[in-house]
Design a protein around this ligand. Sequence first.
Ligand code: UT7
Length: 343
Amino acid sequence: MRVGIGPFGMALVGCGSAVPAASISNQQLGERVETSDEWIRSRTGIGARRVAGPDEPLTCLASRAAQLALDHAGWTADDLDLILLATSSPDDLFGTAPRVQGALGASRAVAFDLTAACSGFLFALITAGQYLGSGAMGRALVIGADQLSRWVDWDDRSTCVLFGDGAAAVAVEACGASDNGLLGFRMRSDGSRNACLTLAQLDRHAPLLGGLTAQQGGFAPIQMNGQEVYKFAVREVPAILAELLEATGTTPGQLDWLLLHQANQRILDAVADRFAVPHAQVLSNLAHYGNTSAATIPLMLDEAVKDGRVQPGHLLASSGFGAGLSWGAALLRWSGPRGAAQP
Ligand code: UT7
């Protein structure tokens, strides 16, 4: 039991992001599949998405985002104890976080991947919070990075219009109660609905020897039952946020921002309406990036911090949701770099 000394929580003190150079507009996608800017915008709010080229592997995007978060926090790579990389599209199934650690030169840090699709960043942030809040570690980078352009079927209009590539990172450190930026959280999974959204191993086998058959590696493109996932999101996200607000004694009116996974503008609006949060307080960058999976929440946070919308001391209700199915929510307070003025 804590006796009032030592770490207690986790402060959010820096952020950074990196997206691929190439952007594909809705109109351009219409040259490949039968779709239109009007359909995509009205159903999703998406106007364009970034797509990584061959010289922009996930490691490169994640490392750039991570370095920018270190710079923003005023840290060096040597300060890091932990690098958590939330991704479902690693460069290496054995783990991409160590590659990021190597690129940063963060020799003291342990680095590993965490996979929970579009809930990945939120789950990773909460996970980091446990190491930091317990006092086991001092400083961490939590990265959300995905490159689902590798895994969509570019001839399937029901999915290819939705996803984009990107990476973003948040620098977090152990702190006392007064600076704590993870004020509460909830996490859920429901594997019985796993088939709604998958990027699954191919059912491919080859004879090995002596009558034995071995499975061969490889994954099928993303498959999604869009309507089921939509219904899941508009039911479960408000429910888990309501639970979180109640548990933390927070009213929607106290929130400065809703920072939700960027999957569909209609989902963002439905959640805001449920809590009577003005749409102007719902952060959205879907128009530019689409759904970047584990990257959406930190990418959105970085944009809003850097353009001054999110200020030190602001309270944000965040929710991630997606494949698994998985979903979660966290009540966050942004601190910003140490030394930044508090309101
Ligand atoms: O990050 C994780 C999560 N993923 C999500 O949160 C996705 C949740 N789901 C959604 O956002 C929506 O379900 C979609 C945006 C994916 C689809 O919107 P919808 O309003 O549910 O459309 P629908 O699937 O019911 O399709 C309606 C029609 C169909 O045509 P018919 O059968 O009515 O003739 C589709 O074939 O729209 C057609 N359609 C398209 N038309 C033009 C599907 N995709 C497209 C397209 N362009 N890209």
